[in-house]
Ligand binder design. Sequence first.
Ligand code: AGV
Ligand code: CA
Length: 312
Amino acid sequence: MKKKVYLNHDGGVDDLVSLFLLLQMKEVELIGVGVIPADCYLEPAVSASRKIIDRFGHGVAIEVASSNSRGKNPFPKEWRMHAFTVDALPLLNEFGPAKTKEASLPAHEHLIETLRSSEELVTLVFIGPLTDLARALELAPDIEGKIEKLAWMGGTFLDKGNVEEPEHDGTAEWNAFWDPEAAKTVWDSNIEIDLVALESTNMVPLTIDTRETWARQRTNIGVDFLGQSYAIVPPLVHVHTNSTYFLWDVLTTATVGKADLVKHKVVKSIVHSSGVSQGKTEESEHGRPVNLVYEVDRNAFFDYITDLAKQH
Ligand code: AGV
Ligand code: CA
């Protein structure tokens, strides 16, 4: 039986590539998509999602729901602009306007409705902030019983996170920082959490090498989509900078299709919901357990996603 998956993403390059890859996994049935305007602008991210489902969804009939959630700490505008470029790629516009429908409900209500009408348990893949899940849990606590587990790209237990903003101490990861209170609400639930944190995502930067591998195989349309998408964002060249791109969300998505790419360990933790460390996840003996993904087989991961891209 296929694993039922609901995806909530925030329109970054790796978010949209994650949607594409989930649609290629033979063991996964994608049952809905929500888009939250965190690390993106909403319209191009929803539009690109609909076109990706049209072009690469093997005929699946699912809806894309727009979120009306707002965060506490906004993402930099340069990063939010990426969705406009993906949405404009000729590869996604060859066959005219998108046919995949937009849902009439806002994303958090669409999530509730989709979970309530599923007979089987659903795996949630969240690769942006947790706001829509937190709002759904507050409105409809019963949905917890429909959730198999949550795979979340977020958090870190390293000394250094990836937030470099005034009035913050740099210990948080961005998806947690955008809406720290939402992360806390989800921590307070009993949902099993696989946490794909910076520990493992730091091991998968975008490199020139990977770009060249995809370029050589671009006659395959799926691999070309990877190459075109990752042409938009800066690779690691000399040292990590604030704009260096990693395959954060794609790693999270890949763990759903192929769990043996990564190693997990249980960590008890809390989330700071306010103050200079807001969004920081911290080990604490009184905290709630999460399955921390702390290591990835880098080569196996890149081979896996490149092969998946060829399944389109
Ligand atoms: O913190 C990682 C999250 C992921 O969900 N996002 C990007 C991924 O989609 C925020 C982010 C952190 N650093 C970034 C980010 C950067 N240099 N460019 C764009 N987004
Ligand atoms: Ca994201």
